[in-house]
Design a protein around this ligand. Structure first.
Ligand code: HEC
Ligand code: HEC
Ligand code: HEC
Ligand code: HEC
Ligand code: HEC
Ligand code: HEC
Length: 436
């Protein structure tokens, strides 16, 4: 019966590859689930600080010495030095190879004396760091050696630290919520796929049994029904190839779209600043007005970052001994501005004016910058995309009370609309208002 045969062939030719495809999808999802959790795991590990110090060191240095060195480094040196990058002073990784131990001890105890003695290396370094004076430290030999062991240990673990840093950066930008959401979705998919798979196997088993009991099947039909599992044939079957190509296409498309959406968006960006300045302390606890430091915010386009002189209004007297504050003095002595890392940055093609929003538009800083007065480190709160500007302009009413400038506009607007005057009605959606 050629007609029936077509049916069997179709049935088994489709059902079996479908099972295989589902099986591989299942595997794929299980794998992605694993990697999604791996991502969150690695960032959680990083949350507990100082875990490097407790680990056994690779070259057999006593871990207690390293821990001791870390403590000393954090209290005395961290303000100006990092192991793997330049801060106020040079990166200290490899210093034990650059200089001998005696030189290092002399330099730490009294760098100025080493420089005054005419040591060429020290003089060059001093010049290179704009004559920043390193504080003298009255440390014992063993203490300096333990600091060096710690630096060596850190330097050797820089690569692993950099990796975890990357993990943290990605959660900082708000990936944590999506990744747990993704996990939930993936788990759901895995369960559904597994169920479908079980049902398909049941159907195949059922049909095979049923067909075997029918007598009118000829030899060829029986061959098809009893066909053994043939991997090469399955992999080559159009159904399998089609499904694999489809899944692959979707994945590529998804990563391209995700990538495009992220271009230029820096929401959650919170760079480390050269001085540990805290808005939580200054604007929160001590309630210093935003305008006191950001002097331009009510009268010009830019809000301004305060110069070191503004800090000196208070820190000429307050906390003069603090290492963080001494960085302010160093900047003034060297006549160099403090190199704050810019957090918010619109592309050059866009025009944004603070006065227009804060003074004329009466918008709160917090609407666009979040709860700055609670931040230890400033973080970009809003996405700063064009869509973000536009949607606020569509929703926000213009504050027209007591502003004669708007009287005519309000009257005109009222003639053809019952809605209050919004920013979009005064030209807030015109390209040229925001683009040069
Ligand atoms: C106030 C900032 C400051 C502090 C605190 C500080 N340093 Fe320095 N350090 C510097 C500067 C700046 C230099 C570069 C030389 C110069 O300008 O005198 C330097 C240079 C060095 C050098 C030479 C580096 C090289 O590449 O040859 C060593 C070693 C060093 N510091 C160790 C330490 C140690 C250890 C501590 C903590 C006990 C420490 N420093 C604390 C600012 C500081
Ligand atoms: C005592 C001075 C001071 C006060 C008061 C202050 N700031 Fe700042 N602000 C700074 C300094 C310094 C920086 C640059 C360093 C940083 O980003 O932490 C800064 C940075 C910022 C930035 C990020 C700028 C960028 O790089 O994009 C924002 C936004 C900001 N402040 C908003 C506020 C708001 C809102 C208030 C009031 C609630 C406020 N500040 C009060 C000193 C101050
Ligand atoms: C209106 C006064 C005022 C101004 C202006 C001011 N501060 Fe402060 N600052 C304070 C006070 C008060 C404290 C906390 C003192 C305390 O904890 O005893 C403080 C603490 C700090 C600390 C913590 C230091 C430590 O070792 O704990 C840093 C860092 C700091 N300020 C940096 C700055 C910088 C940078 C500027 C300029 C952008 C600045 N401050 C401007 C009043 C001010
Ligand atoms: C929280 C709401 C809000 C956000 C976000 C916002 N704006 Fe505005 N914007 C306003 C208000 C309110 C006014 C009206 C001010 C007035 O009364 O003239 C305004 C006015 C303007 C104007 C003047 C329009 C005109 O015709 O006078 C420009 C230009 C502008 N905004 C640009 C931007 C840009 C660029 C962004 C994004 C980077 C942005 N705004 C984000 C609320 C917002
Ligand atoms: C309508 C939204 C909005 C409001 C309200 C707003 N800002 Fe901004 N702020 C921005 C945008 C957008 C930028 C980025 C500007 C750029 O890159 O040109 C910015 C940048 C800054 C900067 C970085 C320096 C600069 O001028 O570019 C500081 C500091 C700042 N804002 C402080 C404040 C303070 C303080 C207030 C409240 C008094 C405030 N902002 C209110 C949107 C806003
Ligand atoms: C309320 C302010 C505002 C208005 C009105 C506005 N834009 Fe934009 N536009 C922006 C901002 C802010 C950016 C930068 C967004 C970013 O960096 O993601 C931008 C970015 C762009 C870009 C660059 C592509 C991109 O996403 O980075 C183009 C093109 C553009 N706008 C075209 C237009 C056109 C055309 C109009 C008029 C129909 C218009 N814009 C109206 C604020 C505005």
């Amino acid at each position: 019966m050629p007609h029936d045969k077509f049916h069997y062939e179709f049935m088994f030719g489709t059902l079996r590859p479908a099972c295989l495809s589902l099986l591989s999808l299942l595997l794929f999802f299980l794998l992605s689930l694993n990697s999604v959790q791996g991502q969150t795991d690695s960032s959680q590990v990083e949350i507990s600080p100082d875990n490097t110090a407790v680990a056994v060191t690779s070259d057999g240095t006593d871990e207690a010495v390293v821990a001791e060195g870390e403590k000393l480094f954090n209290t005395n040196c961290r303000a100006c030095h990092a192991v793997d990058k330049k801060l106020i002073g040079p990166a200290l990784a490899g210093v034990y190879d650059r200089r001998d131990l005696d030189w290092i001890k002399l330099f730490i105890r009294n760098s100025q004396a080493v420089i005054a003695s005419g040591d060429e290396y020290a003089i060059d370094l001093f010049e290179e760091y704009n004559k920043t004076v390193m504080t003298p430290f009255n440390l014992a030999d063993s203490e300096i050696e333990s600091i060096l062991s710690f630096i060596k240990f850190e330097a050797e673990n820089v690569t692993s630290a950099a990796q975890t840093d990357a993990g943290v950066a990605s959660t900082d930008t708000g990936n944590q919520a999506p990744s747990s959401f993704l996990s939930a979705v993936l788990i759901g998919l895995v369960v559904v796929l597994a169920l479908i798979l079980v049902v398909l196997f049941l159907i195949i088993g059922f049909l095979t049994k049923f067909l075997q009991q029918r007598d009118e099947l000829d030899e060829a039909d029986r061959d098809i029904v009893n066909q053994k599992f043939n991997l090469t044939k399955l992999v080559k079957s159009p159904a399998f190839v089609g499904i694999v190509a489809f899944v692959f296409g979707i994945l590529v498309l998804k990563s391209v779209i995700d990538g495009l959406y992220q271009v230029g968006i820096q929401q959650g960006y919170a760079p480390k600043q050269p001085i540990a300045f805290s808005h939580k302390l200054h604007a929160g606890q001590f309630e210093i007005d935003c305008n006191y430091c950001h002097t331009g915010v009510r009268k010009s386009k830019s809000a301004n970052i305060p110069s070191a002189n503004i800090c000196m209004n208070c820190h000429g007297q307050i906390l003069t001994e603090s290492l963080e504050i001494q960085k302010i003095y160093a900047a003034i002595e060297n006549d160099r501005p403090i190199e704050w890392v810019r957090v918010h940055n619109l592309p050059d093609l866009a025009y944004f004016n603070h006065e227009q929003h804060v003074k004329v538009g009466d918008q709160e800083c917090q609407t666009c910058h979040g709860q700055i007065q609670e931040m230890e480190v400033v973080e970009q709160f809003a996405p700063l995309t064009m869509g973000w500007c536009i949607s606020c302009h569509k929703e926000t009413k213009v504050d027209t009370k007591g502003n004669a400038y708007y009287d005519n506009l309000v009257e005109l607007h009222a003639q053809h609309s019952n809605e209050p005057l919004k920013v979009e009605d005064i030209g807030g959606l015109e390209c040229a208002k925001c683009h040069y």
